[in-house]
Design a protein around this ligand. Sequence first.
Ligand code: NAP
Length: 478
Amino acid sequence: MSDFPMPDHYPPHLTQAQFQEFMELYAKHFDLLKDIVFDAALKKVSRNDDDTKWRVEVLVNGETKVEEFDKVALCHGYQTYPQMPRFEDDKKFEGILMHAQQFRPEDVEKYKGKNVVMVGMSSTASDVINNILPHASKVYLSHRRGMYIFPTWRDNTPADLLLSWRRRQSGFFLQRYFPSVAQWCGDKALDYLMRSSWGKLDPDWRILPSPSITLSLPGASDYIIPLLKAGRVTSLHGIKRFLGPRSIEFTDGTILEDIDAVICATGYTADLSVAPFLETSRPPTYSGPELVRLWHNIFPPKYADSMALLCHSAYGKNNGFSFNDVQSMAVSNIFRNVHPLPSLSAMESDVDKHHAWLASRWAADKTEGSFDRSMVQNWKFQGFLHEAAGTGMESLGWGLKGWMFWLKDPKMSYLMNNGIETAHAFRYFETGKRKTWDGAREAILKANEAVKQFPIKNEDDLPEYRKEMIMIGKEGKN
Ligand SMILES: NC(=O)c1ccc[n+]([C@@H]2O[C@H](COP(=O)([O-])OP(=O)(O)OC[C@H]3O[C@@H](n4cnc5c(N)ncnc54)[C@H](OP(=O)(O)O)[C@@H]3O)[C@@H](O)[C@H]2O)c1
């Protein structure tokens, strides 16, 4: 979080428990718990009868409550509805057939001695495989096409340290002015990252070629390729149909007769059913799923000063959790009228242009279930949110403000442009639009010092999960 650093003892990648602990520490530090009603399931948000406020229906402790609010931000998650593929004759199958959302690590005993097919090859598939592998008899990985998979570590350095503000902005510049070059560079970079991390990829695994990074989000996994190399997981084509109680036919004609479980790690969509007031439309010549009319994928134009949806921007958070802080500052500024909104017709026209761009993405890849209507053009999305949030990040880079900052404080200018990308930068510059944080300078310096420990030379000093990855990798080479 931009104004609340993580405890020093946390490892480079948090466990679920540490993540929850950090959230709780944050909430306690800012005394937020007194304002939060927990265990409240949102049912529906609608306008009240005289269209002056939002009517919010929630289920609290089994009791439905209706309250009216002036402003609402829907932050109920990008990954709410499981995308479950439909398979021919699935009723014939008598084993477990479920989406990964239903998977619970505490139930792994269920898979003891079983033959399991994982469908999908992205981050969730990797996480589930990790959990069941020590118990299952055989694990298969069924996927219909290739995928860019990036490692979370590289040469004993967390891979996200490859990014800096300058590199990210250079990528945005290419996306904006030379989209084909950006696509080529993005795909080549991932191709290189994969091959340099894992060496030669067996063509039988069909991992490369992959759909372009501009059409399909890459997965994060340190395990999938080493496990394929080690022969501990077997690659299969997509599922064609179920043939019997334990029997499945795959699209290349392979038939397996002894499958006990099929777990589909086939992705998610956001749940927009709670917001029935949302308008949808389709651009001319486009016949994909209806597109939601949200300005910058966040604000319904008609209610932009009082309603925000922070669950509809695939790619928008590619710098992860830290960018959420920028989004919340921007929404707050718009709701408080600190950042002015354009006219309704200008917002509607922006939405139309965005939908035309989405239609071009849909036309470029019509694989069933792969089009994500929440895609954003990141340079535009992040640029707008930084401006609305008033983070002052234009003081970095090659513009006049960038040079002025360099003259004033060359050390900070260098670190914030080229050093580790840290959320504390978002609270550094005084712009009058949001609170700065007094500790930002020290926290940025400290983060840049902390990363000097990488690459970790002595393998004994690595976190346990990294040591495990290295062991599987070595197994794969033998
Ligand atoms: N540790 C982590 O960082 C972590 C862990 C879990 C999740 N996440 C994040 O959570 C989000 C969701 O991840 P996810 O892995 O659940 O989903 P995902 O990234 O959307 O991947 C879905 C996978 O399912 C495949 N697929 C989709 N429809 C299919 C169908 N009908 N038949 C066969 N395969 C199909 C896709 O491949 P094709 O469409 O190409 O065939 C893809 O391999 C991602 O943003 C991810 O980065 C992160």
